[in-house]
Structures are given as structure tokens and as C-alpha cells.
Design a binder for this molecule. Sequence first.
Ligand SMILES: *[C@@H]1O[C@H](CO)[C@@H](O)[C@H](O)[C@H]1NC(C)=O
Ligand SMILES: *[C@@H]1O[C@H](CO)[C@@H](O)[C@H](O)[C@H]1NC(C)=O
Ligand SMILES: *[C@@H]1O[C@H](CO)[C@@H](O)[C@H](O)[C@H]1NC(C)=O
Ligand SMILES: *[C@@H]1O[C@H](CO)[C@@H](O)[C@H](O)[C@H]1NC(C)=O
Ligand SMILES: *[C@@H]1O[C@H](CO)[C@@H](O)[C@H](O)[C@H]1NC(C)=O
Ligand SMILES: *[C@@H]1O[C@H](CO)[C@@H](O)[C@H](O)[C@H]1NC(C)=O
Ligand SMILES: [Cu+2]
Length: 625
Amino acid sequence: MAAAVTAAVFVLFAAMSTTRAPAALVEQTFVVSQMSMTHLCRETMVTVVNGQLPGPVIEATEGDSVAVHVVNQSPHNLTIHWHGVKQQRNCWADGVPMVTQCPILPGHNFTYRFDVAGQEGTLWWHAHVFSLRGTVHGAFIIRPRRRADDDSYYPFPKPHAEVPIVIGEWWETDLEQMDRDFAHGHLDDQPSAATINGKLGDLFRACEGAGVEDGYVLDVEPGKTYLLRVVNAALFSEYYLRIAGHVFTVVAGDANYVRPYRTDVLAVSPGETVDALVVASARPASSYYMVAKPILTPPPDPQIPAFATRATVRYTTAYSSGAPRSSRRRRPRSSSDDDAPVAPEMPDDYDMMTSFYFRGNLTSLRRQPVPSAQADERMFVALALGSVCRRRGQRWCERGDSDETITVATMNNVSFELPPAAATTPMLDAYYRNRSGNGVDDDDDDVAVVVRLPDVPPRAFNFTDRALQPTGPEEEELEPTSRATAVRRFRHGAVVDLVFQSTALWQGDSNPMHLHGHDMFVLAQGLGNYDAARDVARYNLVDPPVRNTVLVPSLGWAAVRFVADNPGMWFMHCHYDFHLSMGMAAVFIVEDGTTADTSLPPPPAVVSSCSHGNVLMPGEILPQS
Ligand SMILES: *[C@@H]1O[C@H](CO)[C@@H](O)[C@H](O)[C@H]1NC(C)=O
Ligand SMILES: *[C@@H]1O[C@H](CO)[C@@H](O)[C@H](O)[C@H]1NC(C)=O
Ligand SMILES: *[C@@H]1O[C@H](CO)[C@@H](O)[C@H](O)[C@H]1NC(C)=O
Ligand SMILES: *[C@@H]1O[C@H](CO)[C@@H](O)[C@H](O)[C@H]1NC(C)=O
Ligand SMILES: *[C@@H]1O[C@H](CO)[C@@H](O)[C@H](O)[C@H]1NC(C)=O
Ligand SMILES: *[C@@H]1O[C@H](CO)[C@@H](O)[C@H](O)[C@H]1NC(C)=O
Ligand SMILES: [Cu+2]
């Protein structure tokens, strides 16, 4: 009795001291359709959500439920992925076509339902039929849940305003066709421009007589602090972002707080987000360019044109407090139009070190409970290009830029392809029904094989030897590879150490590696070949930054640790679109735990089906139990 009373009092006390605003349902409808847009003097059909580019911002509060009704009025099969949302025990809503669901067919609808619990900051959403995400994307903001007795619910002074800054590219290509081109080893497509919040900016010429393209304008009041929520939604490049005359204070990356880090330049790779505070402390009489500039891979890699783009930060004069009050509505006055905005000095085209140091300076805001016990699983994954014979099943063919081969991208010498069975049954469905197998039938005459993603590269070589970059005898020996459905199973709760090694094999790209369903502790990064004997000692096990996308530097490595505690099938892939379409991907299976609340629940009542219509009741696909 006494114990019960004490418990009741305690519960009441706890409830009082942490009174939180109640969780809400954030509901939104995404109508996906095609729209004609004119840039660079040419009309282009683009696939967009709600007629907007970038698409609508989702704004939620930590702990909210989200429901997004997707109405597919486009001619494309598509799914939407909620990039960075952990989807704890909710893999069904992760939005990877043929892995977690069938695509939403043209003319069909699908509703995604999920919670955003335990995450705060900036994430984003995008189509996951790969290249379509070039125009089907938007920011996803999760604000901290405010306690009733506490106004300072951010771990930094509350900013005056919050501004999504979405870096993207303008494509005049049919993006679905481009995907197929990449998958067949044709890498000729390239963006026509870069964008900030969908605008190309004044570095690009509009039609003759119409001058330059519009740029995004951020109006600021002197002395106020702005929280920029920067998303790199580009398909191709990592970008630097700078604002002339202003300094950033980075406060979060991938919706995980970092210790405030002052820098005049941000580095954001595709898939990543960065939250940064900017104080409008420059001379208000001028305006200032905000420039996003891609990082290029130096020759001998093919020099794909990539473009810088710019927006403007413009000071508006607020009421000065000493001035007499007037009933007239305050009109923002822009700085003199005659003055060209001040331009920032940008890093050089091939400067990767500024990005490397930027990342090296990020630490988690709080000490992290890094599971520092011995890892249960260790993997070393080499990222490379290779080639397969164009004719399926053919074992020998001419290599080295030959027409007989298709260029593909690999993880430990496997280039990912979906099993043909996934065209009718998503891998997760099959897995759910037979959790002891890989979730893929390999009984019939499928060409694709399911293989275990090797834990180490099957063949040791000097990973970062630049002599491997151009086609040549050494390269040609390593180049042959194969396609398969690469999967790797993890016991529920396994602590996994994963080292990614970017290689010089046939290219010298960096690789932004993205893991679905989990965040990763980024323990260390380095240039050259990873050497455990030397590099494990450098692991930050105290306050490593936590991310869903880790940039593996060009000709370098990154070491991450994650806890495989979210049952389901999670895509792990490079967030450069060309690498993804070429097969730099794998599926991580996280097994069920021992209890119901550590196991994958049944699929939601309405799931999309590949074969018959789009609405299927669970009884139709699940064995009666
Ligand atoms: C999809 O949703 C829209 C808007 O809610 C509705 O008008 C339409 O009938 C739905 N289509 C299907 C196939 O359910
Ligand atoms: C932090 O940034 C500074 C300036 O770019 C750089 O010199 C330093 O090496 C960086 N620190 C790490 C650990 O990367
Ligand atoms: C489940 O998968 C395993 C391994 O692939 C297979 O041997 C077994 O027959 C499957 N069971 C059922 C009921 O399909
Ligand atoms: C690997 O290649 C690099 C760059 O060509 C070279 O400097 C290094 O000595 C090589 N390492 C080994 C072990 O051969
Ligand atoms: C990949 O495997 C093939 C054999 O299947 C081999 O010829 C090639 O050298 C390997 N390449 C690498 C980078 O391991
Ligand atoms: C869309 O998906 C359906 C069912 O999986 C498939 O039959 C069709 O070929 C796909 N269309 C395209 C353009 O990929
Ligand atoms: Cu890559």
C-alpha cells in the first residue's frame, strides 16, 4: 500500500516536472505529377510533388506521428523514402522499391505512416526510384518537443527564424531513362545547373533578353540569428556552402546535435544535412552571396561538368527602436540595388581537404553511449568500380572500356541487383514470411543469385594506388566482377564495426554511404589505406558524431559503428546516384530479437502490391496463423 502511494506520487511528480506538449499527427498529401518548367531558355518536363521544386517541407515535433498520402499522378513507378527517419520496428514504411515495398504505380495511392521519436533536427524525404529524387525531394524538419516550463528547448539560443536551404541540381534529362543508362554503364548524363531552393541563380543565363536566372533571396534583419537547415539533395556532388562576410556555427548533422563548431564553410555530401546558425552581423548596407560549389574529382577521372550556384543574403532594415512609431506597415528596405553583392572566396575545384577537416572537427554535443565493448561483427568494405560482361552468363569478355562489358559499382567485389522475384514480392515480404531464409526464392531459374556480402574484400590489393585509376594491365586484372543480391544478416543487438575504404580502382571518387534504419557513430576517418594496427587507436569512443550518411573520403576511409537493433531489411548504399544505379549497395537484414517488442511487426493493413492492384489485405499475402 505504502509502496503504491509512493509510486503514484512519483508518477505525478514526474508528470508535472516534464509536462510536454502532446504528440500530434502531422498529415500531408503529396500529389506527384509532371510539370513543365523553363530554365536556361528551355522547357523541361519535371516530376514534382504538389507542383513545387523543392517539394513541400514536412514540419513535425519530436514524438509526433506522421501520415503522408502519396497520390501518384506521374507516369513513373515510385516510392518515397524518409531519409534518416529511423522507422523503429516499422521497416514497412522505409520506402525502398522492391526491398520494403512494391512501387506505387501511376494512378495509384499509398499512405506512409510512421513516428519521429528520439530524433531532432533536419532530415529530408526523396523518391527512391533512384534518379527521380533529383526533383522529387524536400526537407523534413523535426523540432524538439517543448516542455511547458521551459522555453529554451533547443540546446542553443532560439534562433529568430529557421530556413531550409536545399542544394540541388537542374536536370534536362529524363531521369528515369538516366537510371537505365547508368545501370547499363552509360555515364554520359550530367546536370545542366545547380540550385539553391530550386533556383538556379544569377550565374546562369536565362533566355536572351531576359538576363539571368532568378536566385533564392534570404532576407535577414541586422543582429538576428538564423538557423539554416542545409540539405544536399543533389544526385552527383558534394558541395561547399559559404556566405560572404558571415560565419556559420554548425549545431547538428543528420538530425544529431554536434558541439557548436565555428567555420566559414560547410561541406555537405548527397544525403547529408547540416544545421548551422548564422548571425546577421555584416554591414547591412551591402548584400552577400551565398554560394554552393561542387567538389570535383581530379583527372584521370572523367571531368563531368558541375556548376556552382548562388543565392543572396539581403539585409532589411528593421524598426530601429529609437525611431518614432508609425502606423504605417514597415516595409523591408533592401540594400542599394546598384551594389553588387559581396562574393565569398570558395575552395578550389579539387579541394577535398577542406571537407576532410570540416568533418574531422565535428563531435557529438553530448558524450555518446558508444558501445565500446568488443564489436560483435567486423566488416571491411572496399568501394570500387568494375565490369561485367554485357551478355548475361558469359564468363569471359574483353575488358577495359570495351563494348562487351558494362561498367558497374561494387562493394567488396559484388555489384548489387534486385532478385527478379522482387518484381512481384518485395524482399521484406518474402523475408517476413520465411524469416529463416534470406527472404528471396532461389528455387526457380532466376538469374540473380543471393550472396552474403563478404566481410572483407575477396582480394587484397593496394586500394589507393593511383596507378589503378586509368584503364591498364593492373586495373584490368581487378576489374572483372559480378552482379548479385548482396545481403548481410545481423543478430538483433549486434554491435557492428564497419570500415569503408574508397579505392582508386578505375576512379577516385569519395562515397557518401547511407544506412537506412540506423544512425552510425563515425569513429574515425583517414586518407590512404586503412590500417587497423595503426588506426583503431584513433577511434573516438567518447563523443563521435552520429550520422545516417558518412562521407568516405576520396582515396581514404571512414570507420563507423552501429547497433543492429531495428529488425527488418535495410538498404545500405552510396548516395551518389550514379554509384547507386550501378550497384554500390547491399541489404542489411537485422533479425528479430527474442521479444515481441524487438521483432518486426506484421505489415500494415494496407500494403502496396506489385501484381494485382495496389491494395491488398494482409490475409492475402501472409500465411494464416
Ligand atoms: C487517390 O487519392 C485521391 C485524393 O485523395 C483520390 O481522389 C483518388 O480517388 C485516389 N485514387 C485511388 C486509385 O485510390
Ligand atoms: C579542424 O579544422 C582545422 C582547420 O581547417 C584543421 O586544421 C584541423 O586539422 C581540423 N581538425 C581535424 C581533427 O580534422
Ligand atoms: C525458408 O527458407 C529456407 C532457407 O532458404 C528454406 O530452406 C525453407 O524451405 C524455407 N521455408 C519455407 C516454409 O518456405
Ligand atoms: C600503394 O600505392 C601508393 C600510391 O601509389 C604508394 O604510395 C604505396 O607505397 C603503395 N603501398 C604499397 C604497400 O605498395
Ligand atoms: C573480383 O572477382 C573476380 C573473380 O570473380 C576477380 O577476377 C577480380 O580480380 C576481383 N576483383 C577484385 C577487386 O577483388
Ligand atoms: C512499374 O512496376 C510494375 C509492377 O512492378 C512493372 O510491371 C512495370 O514494368 C514498372 N514500370 C516501369 C516503367 O518500370
Ligand atoms: Cu559511391
